[in-house]
Each structure stands twice: as C-alpha cells, then as structure tokens.
Write a protein that binds this ligand. Structure first.
Ligand SMILES: [Zn+2]
Length: 395
C-alpha cells in the first residue's frame, strides 16, 4: 500500500526563488491546459485524454524558456493533475475544476525521476539544486514519487512509497468483542459502542475560534495591501497549526481504537453532501470526519486490521437491539425504544447499530472488507421495507 513520508526541507534563498518561479510557471501551464481541455470539448466535442494533455504540456515546455528549466516529468505531471481534476468532477467527487490562483498552486511533483536523496548532500532536485533536508524518521518502502510542497512559509518534501502490509486475520473469524462501532457526531467527536467517547479537544476549539477571528480581521483589510498579505501568512500558519493538532489528535484516537480492536466500523461519509456545505462549523467537522476515516483506513491496512464502512441511512432512527423504528429529531438526545424498552443515549444507540450493520456485512469466509474493495454497503433499507412503511419516514 502507498504511504507518505513527509520531511521539512530548507532551500537556500536562491533555491526558494527558483521553486517559487517554477510554481508560477506550472500554475500558468495548469490553467492553459484546463482552458484547452474545455475549449476542445466545446468546439469539437472531443475530450482530451491524459496522453493528449501530456503532449500539450511538453509542447508548451518547448516554447517556454522558463518551463524548459523544469524537469520534463514535473511538467507532464501538471497534465496529470488537470486530467485527475476533470475525472473527479465527472465521477461526482468534486466540483468543476477551477482556474488555479498562483497563491494556491503550492506543489510540484517528480513522478519517477529528477530527484535523489544523498545522506551527505541532502535532497537533489532537478532544476532546483541540492536542498538541505531534515529526515526525522527513516524512509521505508520503495519510493514511487516525490512532491515538493509549500506550506505557509515552510517547504516540505513528501515521498510516496509502496510498502508491504501485514496479512489480515479473516474478518469472519474475529470475535464480536473485538469489533468496534463508532458514531461520529458534532457534540462528541466519536461515541464507541462500548460507551467510551472522544470529546472534541478544547485546544482545537480554541484554535478554530481564533481562526474565525482572523478571517473576520482579514475581511476588513484592503485586499493586496501589505497588512493584508501579512495577515494572510499568519492565517496560513494558523491553518497549518490546526491541521497538525488535529492530525496528531486523530492519529492517537485511531491508534487507541486499534490497540484493543481488530475491526472498526464507521458510517460511510456522504462526500457529495459535504461539497455543498458552506457553513464554517459544519465544514470543519466534515473535514475532520473525512480525515479521521482516511486515517482509520490507512492504519487498519498498516496494522493488518479491518475497516468497514456501512450505509448511514437510518442509523439514528432504528433500535440497535430489536431493529424497531424509533423516529427522533435532532433535539432528542435519548433513544427510548417502545418495543424492547431499552433506554440509552442516542449516539450510543447509533454506534451499536453501526457495529451491528458492520457485523452483518461480514462475508461468510475470508476477509478483505475495506473501502478498497467496494461491496454493496450493508444498510437498514431492508429492515425498513420489511417492517415499517419505508416511504413514510425520511431523515
Ligand atoms: Zn428496541
């Protein structure tokens, strides 16, 4: 499986200038290829393929004195990015690709060659030079590609490597007590089926509060002014800080769950619904949940454990114990089942129901239940159509 190793790099001032110039040229190229792709489709009804785009990128490099200094694979990778952006849009996973602003075009990728790590001299980057790198941990696996990224005023080298994963115990042989279901929510970050819960850490709330203040201040500054750009940099640094705090906290929670469980069951997140949301509080939690799922999937693979996603439909409305339909709106925090009499917090009911769905989804024999191999998601639809009139309730 692919994993990323990220290291801070320290380009010298002239190397940093070269990196910045390269990013500007690549950004222009990205916008050019995007425009060509749209134009070709509008005028001739032809959709440019990845190969077409790569050829265009290389042709562009031939005419451009600045791009000629950039490694040819780095230039071709821009074509791949345009291709991926359109694929994501066509697949319903993203919005229509936008023109990139130079201040938001922050990375360049060497797909296979053009870079070398030297223990003495640092990281050699074609077209940039030898850059000092701080390797705080060893690089494991076979390097597939390298991305150089600017984050606020810092630079990073991110190596993507292919690593072997440990074998998994077949999911059907895992005892039920080693299966954990979790409900991700706004009030608590997660509630586990054993009653344990993870509160959203206070320091993150504080940081996010600060973020909102910064954004308001930024709105009062004149766009493009000196104060505005200073504030932009501070804002970018704060974003970075929050991202790291959140990643660190989430990694610890995922680790905690897998230290005692073999299987983690979560709801499949609705990516489409998330894209449409502009409220800050909601977008922060959406992002956090998305990252948490990504981490759980990754960690499960690295540890030889299982991650199972279930259909979120109805997980707040049915009784985990007897599967009776118990409708409730968001204000009702307790699940009280008229059928079996059970009375537990709403989130706990959801997490147990999620676990139950996850268990039902287990294939009869071998394992391999992960997001990587999509199977029909286990859902409560079947319960609904057998029991209550399915059409009469909607979430
Ligand atoms: Zn019940």
């Amino acid at each position: 499986m692919l994993s990323a190793f990220k290291y801070r790099i320290y380009p010298k001032p002239e190397q940093e200038m070269r990196l910045k110039r390269t990013l500007l040229s690549l950004c222009d190229l990205y916008n050019l290829l995007r425009a060509k792709k749209i134009e070709e489709y509008k005028q001739n009804g032809v959709s440019l393929t990845k190969t077409n785009l790569r050829a265009l990128a290389l042709a562009g490099r031939g005419h451009d004195s600045k791009l000629r200094l950039v490694h040819s694979q780095v230039v071709q990778n821009v074509a791949d990015r345009v291709h991926i952006a359109f694929e994501a849009f066509l697949g319903g996973r993203a919005r229509f690709p936008k023109n990139k602003q130079p201040r938001k075009y922050l990375s360049l990728t060497y797909p296979q060659s053009g870079f070398r790590v030297d223990s003495e001299r640092g990281l050699y980057l074609s077209g940039i030079g030898c850059v000092r790198i701080f390797m705080h941990r060893s690089l494991l696996g076979k390097v597939e590609r390298l991305t150089v990224k600017r984050e606020a005023d810092e630079w990073y080298a991110i190596f993507l490597t292919e690593r072997k994963t440990p074998p998994k115990q077949p999911i059907s042989t895992i005892p039920l007590e080693l299966v954990s279901g979790a409900d991700l929510g706004l009030e608590k970050f997660a509630v586990l089926d054993n009653g344990k819960s993870f509160d959203y850490p206070e320091y993150l709330r504080r940081s996010e509060e600060k973020l909102k203040q910064f954004q308001r201040r930024l709105g009062r500054k004149k766009r493009g002014s000196k104060r505005w750009s200073q504030l932009c940099l501070s804002l970018a640094k704060l974003h970075l800080h929050i991202k790291r705090q959140r990643a660190d906290w989430q990694n610890k929670r995922v680790k905690e769950i897998f230290s005692v469980n073999e299987v983690l069951v979560l709801e499949k997140l609705n990516i489409r619904g998330m894209l449409g949301n502009h409220r800050i509080a909601k977008s922060i939690s959406d992002a956090a949940w998305g990252e948490f799922v990504t981490k759980a999937v990754f960690k499960a693979e690295m540890l030889g454990k299982h991650f199972v996603a279930v259909d979120p439909w109805g997980t707040t409305q049915f009784c985990y114990s007897c599967l009776a339909w118990v409708p409730k709106d968001l204000s009702m925090r307790v699940h009280k089942c008229p059928e079996c009499g059970i009375e537990i917090p709403r989130d706990l009911n959801s997490s147990r129901l999620i676990k139950r769905l996850g268990i039902q989804s287990r294939p009869p024999s071998d394992g391999g239940s992960s997001l990587a191999e999509p199977r029909p998601l286990p859902s409560l639809m079947g319960v609904a159509s057998r029991g209550v009139e399915a059409g009469s309730h909607q979430e």
